[in-house]
Write a protein that binds this ligand. Structure first.
Ligand SMILES: NC(=O)c1ccc[n+]([C@@H]2O[C@H](COP(=O)([O-])OP(=O)(O)OC[C@H]3O[C@@H](n4cnc5c(N)ncnc54)[C@H](OP(=O)(O)O)[C@@H]3O)[C@@H](O)[C@H]2O)c1
Length: 253
């Protein structure tokens, strides 16, 4: 492992880690020496993912459920004694039916469903983790957002709203908890080829998505995972509140 940024012994929670991007992030953290807690709403899926990695433990977690979040954070605090990294990856599944609606066509229920996971769920878990992190010397909170949260988009309005809230939350954490040595980052993603996105599109839609960025291709989930590992490490000890865009060059800040 010489030459790569290491996360030796850091206790890291990754939400939605049984598949897709979360799974790749968890694998990268494990590869770099972190103790990873693999979260899924289905314990079986978390167990199966954790069995593929070293130093990984499965856990059941539904971020829309207050009691699930409290039970989970108490377990982590009791069993590990610290939380060094939280990766807020869990997100409402890509739903074509909602995604392609114009803003005025989105129902209250559809908006609520997305906000409940992407924003309120992320906020709920982060709130429960912050005091534990603060008590044990600090850490890093990395939250997955999306480029429309910066630039706006022609579709997917409820996702944009929820993911914009994530950027605001990151900045608040950086300013409110910096003195506790807690750092916070948003990773704002373009088109990343996970099952949930890539495999749900037609060939024409995939081609169109690839053509949107300067590099003319989809991102690989491992390209996001490596950035997450870098910002979690002590190499980023004096950078906080940042939005890091990973989109092959579409949104230029
Ligand atoms: N792929 C892209 O192009 C792209 C672009 C921009 C942003 N993103 C963001 O990247 C993240 C991962 O996306 P993905 O492409 O890997 O999609 P995905 O496979 O649908 O991943 C979503 C994850 O969220 C978890 N989840 C859903 N509801 C949950 C809840 N109530 N409580 C806890 N976990 C919950 C799911 O875990 P279980 O079903 O196992 O519980 C699943 O692992 C999402 O936040 C997404 O918005 C992706």
């Amino acid at each position: 492992m010489q030459g790569i940024v290491l996360l030796n012994g850091k206790v890291a929670i990754v939400t939605g880690a049984a598949k897709g991007l979360g799974l790749e992030i968890a694998k990268e953290f494990s590869h770099r020496g972190s103790n990873v807690i693999i979260c899924s709403r289905k314990l079986k899926d978390a167990q199966s993912a954790a069995s593929e990695m070293q130093n990984a433990d499965p856990a059941e977690l539904d971020i829309t459920d207050e009691s699930s979040v409290l039970k989970f954070t108490k377990m982590v605090s009791d069993d590990y004694g610290a939380i060094d990294v939280l990766v807020n990856n869990a997100g409402y599944p890509f739903d074509r039916k909602i995604w392609y609606k114009q803003l005025h066509e989105v129902s209250d229920d559809e908006l609520q469903d997305i906000l409940a996971v992407d924003l309120r769920g992320t906020f709920r878990l982060t709130s429960a983790v912050l005091p534990i992190m603060a008590k044990t010397g600090g850490g890093a909170i990395i939250s997955i957002s999306s480029t429309p949260a910066i630039s706006g988009h022609v579709e997917g309005a409820p996702y944009t709203l929820a993911k914009a809230g994530i950027i605001a939350m990151t900045k608040h954490i950086a300013l409110e908890y910096g003195r506790k040595n807690i750092r916070a980052y948003t990773l704002a993603l373009g088109n990343i080829a996970t099952d949930a996105t890539f495999n749900s599109m037609t060939a024409a839609e995939r081609k169109m998505a690839a053509s949107e960025n300067a590099m003319k291709r989809w991102g690989d989930p491992r390209e996001v995972a490596r950035v997450a590992a870098c910002v979690a490490s002590d190499d980023f000890s004096f950078a906080t509140g940042n939005t890091i865009v990973i989109d092959g060059g579409t949104v230029m800040l």
